[in-house]
Design a protein around this ligand. Structure first.
Ligand SMILES: Cc1ncc(C[n+]2csc(CCOP(=O)(O)OP(=O)(O)O)c2C)c(N)n1
Ligand SMILES: CC(=O)[C@@H](O)[C@H](O)COP(=O)(O)O
Ligand SMILES: [Mg+2]
Length: 648
């Protein structure tokens, strides 16, 4: 049987194999790598456009650099599929983001080639600089440290903090700025405009590089020639560019802008750069979704398209009968527009998640009152605080895990000044395939300890609307947090009339005799299903939706502890410091005694997988709740029998 010729990609199980290729073979390798990513993501899902945009850069980096000795860090990491495939994970790549499969982001524990775990943006330069300083202190002067960071990730404060330090540290650091003019949505801000200017006035750099090459051909006589070289170039720089290059102003040697899809040019440039000491920045221009027309044309949609037909470019839509409940994010997005249409003090803020949060609806309708601030959560929070001091009603929408980035601003700028900012924390709870970096499971804990912060979670879409409506009513004098999960709610007919909710009140969902469940947010629906199924087995369980974890409904808790000996709390968040802890605190303070089980996310790192798999794994899905009810009641029966026996 004719043996099919192995493709180049099939021959590459690590970068050592890659280095065996002739340079002239690299363009073909890139074509094969791009096709492999398209094929696999079309069938298995995952982030898409970003990895297509870095195919050539990935191949060039692993061809030139001595990975894993040289440290290579991928910022955000959603663009590292090519890196994973070339570093020994080609044959497991189909398990990407799947339960017990490889992660969708670089992970140190997954591969020696993953120098640093990423997932939240803008950490790469700091991490690479840390590694570079360690190498310098250990005398590893030949070691390279490369941070690949996008133009979106470069807008974050910590990227600038790192650049500020890098420019003052004489280390072997290469920052590669992958500039595709995109974040998830269009990139925003003055830096984006500057990079465009830099790209358009590329003359300076090309000319400087040619001058540089000519001079370096002169017989180098040590420092004298280097000094001459540097003086000549700085003279040229001031002559050619009316403004100094921003990065050079911070003392990073700037190279570029370079065509980020010209793999041979990238190889040549990286080889040249790796021999130049000190911090450097290579500015490459790429196209997000490169090589797959639909992804090049609709970059935001193809950032994360889901499954698709790679031939037709048709994205698969789940076919489910009957009316479907909306995504919570869309309920937020449409409801904030409804509220803003009747309250002109309302403004909206998102740190670079315009589409993800659905604040895009408000941007479309009232752009002058909607602010996409870039990947700048810290700035978003304090911007909101500033707006609130002037009487604006601010809906600041930040994914729960990304809010971790703005925690000090929440404490210092909002809570300590008791400013009435409304924080809508989307992706509150386990998120699924994005995994540990993106699970929004600490927000209940990290906010419950803050004085004067109202913390709420809707059980469904109608409740979300009512909480949003209540929060924006005039007279709010405290910060107000509303957290809700990724994905759909439970109400196809969700556009219910706004209704004011009394802050700090829970609500009884169903009566019960044997045991009471206290839920917070969307998991109340899992508990309701469990109660209804248990009813069929003659088990009669009460359900209360707490709705607020701060201020907690003390009246309701007194009622529950006075009528039930067994309680279960359910929340989509860590069990440390969440609703369950609040209930136990109340029980102790008021000297009640009951058998309380706390269901939620256990105190360990929860990886990636379908969100239903993770709910099951953590034990707070419908079946998990049912099992705990039965076990508790069984235990109660045994205790009752023992007590009865002893009394005879
Ligand atoms: C702290 C943080 N905020 C927001 C995000 C969500 N996010 C993931 S990728 C991305 C855009 C990144 O843009 P860029 O760095 O330019 O990479 P590109 O997708 O263009 O390759 C954003 C906002 C994140 N991962 N981390
Ligand atoms: C890479 C990244 O951080 C974002 O793309 C994130 O994965 C978006 O999450 P959602 O899909 O929940 O909007
Ligand atoms: Mg970008």
């Amino acid at each position: 049987m004719k043996k099919t010729k192995l493709s180049l990609l099939d021959q590459i199980n690590n970068p050592t194999d890659l280095k065996k290729l002739k340079r002239s073979q690299l363009p073909q390798l890139c074509d094969e790598l791009r096709e492999f990513i398209i094929e696999t993501v079309s069938r298995h899902g995952g982030h898409f456009g970003a990895s297509l945009g870095t195919v050539e850069l990935t191949a060039a980096l692993h061809y030139v650099m001595n990975t894993p000795y040289d440290q290579l860090i991928w910022d955000v990491g959603h663009q590292a599929y090519g890196h994973k495939i070339l570093t020994g994970r080609r044959d497991t790549f189909h398990t990407n983001r799947k339960h017990k499969g490889i992660s969708g982001f670089p992970r140190r524990e997954e591969s020696v080639y993953d120098a640093f775990g990423t997932g939240h943006s803008s950490t790469s330069i700091s991490a690479a600089l840390g590694m570079a300083l360690a190498a310098k202190l250990s005398g590893q002067h030949d070691k390279q440290h490369i941070a690949v960071i996008g133009d979106g990730a470069m807008t974050a404060g910590m990227a600038f903090e790192a650049l500020n330090h890098a420019g003052a540290s004489d280390t072997n650091l290469i920052v590669i700025l992958n500039d595709n003019c995109m974040s998830i949505d269009q990139n925003v801000g003055a830096l984006k405009d500057y990079l465009t200017h830099l790209t358009l006035t590329g003359t300076y750099n090309k000319f400087r590089k040619n001058v540089g090459k000519t001079i370096t051909k002169l017989p180098l006589v040590g420092e004298r020639s280097k000094e001459l070289l540097h003086r000549t170039k700085s003279g040229i720089k001031s002559m050619l560019s009316e403004q100094a290059n921003f990065f050079e102003a911070l003392n990073l040697r700037y190279f570029g802008p370079l065509d980020g899809h010209d793999v041979l040019k990238l190889v040549e440039t990286l080889q040249y750069m790796r021999h130049i000491p000190g911090p450097k920045l290579l500015h490459v221009i790429t196209t997000k979704g490169k090589g797959y027309a639909p992804a090049e044309q609709e970059k935001t949609l193809w950032h994360f398209p889901g499954l698709f037909d790679k031939v037709t470019g048709k994205i698969q839509k789940a076919i489910i009968d009957g009316p479907q409940p909306p995504k919570y994010q869309d309920v937020f997005g449409h409801s904030v527009v409804e509220l803003a249409e009747r309250n002109d003090k309302i403004v909206g803020i998102t740190p670079a998640m315009l589409s993800g949060s659905s604040l895009k609806f408000m941007m479309e309708k009232m752009p002058e009152r909607t602010f996409d601030v870039g990947i700048c959560e810290q700035h978003a929070v304090t911007l909101a605080a500033g707006l609130a001091t002037q009487g604006m009603t601010v809906f600041c929408n930040i994914y729960s895990s990304f809010m971790q980035r703005g925690y000090d601003q929440l404490v210092h700028d909002v809570v300590l000044q008791q400013l009435p900012v409304i924080f809508c924390l989307d992706r509150g709870g386990l998120v699924g395939e994005d995994g540990a970096t993106h699970h929004g499971i600490y927000d209940i804990s990290y906010s419950r300890c803050l004085p004067g912060l109202i913390i709420s979670a809707p059980m469904n879409e109608s409740e979300l609307r009512n909480l949003m409506y209540t929060a924006q009513l005039s007279g709010l004098t405290q910060p107000f947090m509303i957290r809700y999960p990724r994905g759909q709610g439970v109400m196809p007919n969700w556009r219910t009339p706004f209704r004011k909710i009394k802050i700090g009140t829970g609500r009884k969902i169903r009566e019960g005799r044997d045991l009471a469940i206290l839920s917070f947010g969307h998991p109340g629906n899992f508990a309701l299903e469990a109660c209804e199924e248990l009813e069929a087995d003659g088990v009669n369980v009460a359900l209360f939706d707490m709705r607020f974890v701060k201020p907690i409904d003390k009246h309701l808790l007194h009622h529950v502890f006075q009528h039930y000996r067994q309680l279960i709390t359910v929340e989509d968040g860590t069990i440390i410091g969440g609703l369950g802890s609040a209930v136990l605190e109340f029980m102790a303070i008021n000297n009640y005694h009951a058998d309380v089980r706390i269901l939620g996310v256990p105190d360990r790192i929860v990886e990636h997988g379908k969100v239903t798999e993770l709910h099951k794994e953590c034990g707070f899905d419908k079946d998990g709740i049912k099992a705990v009810v039965k076990e508790m009641l069984q235990q109660e029966r045994i205790i009752q029998k023992l007590v009865k026996h002893e009394s005879l």
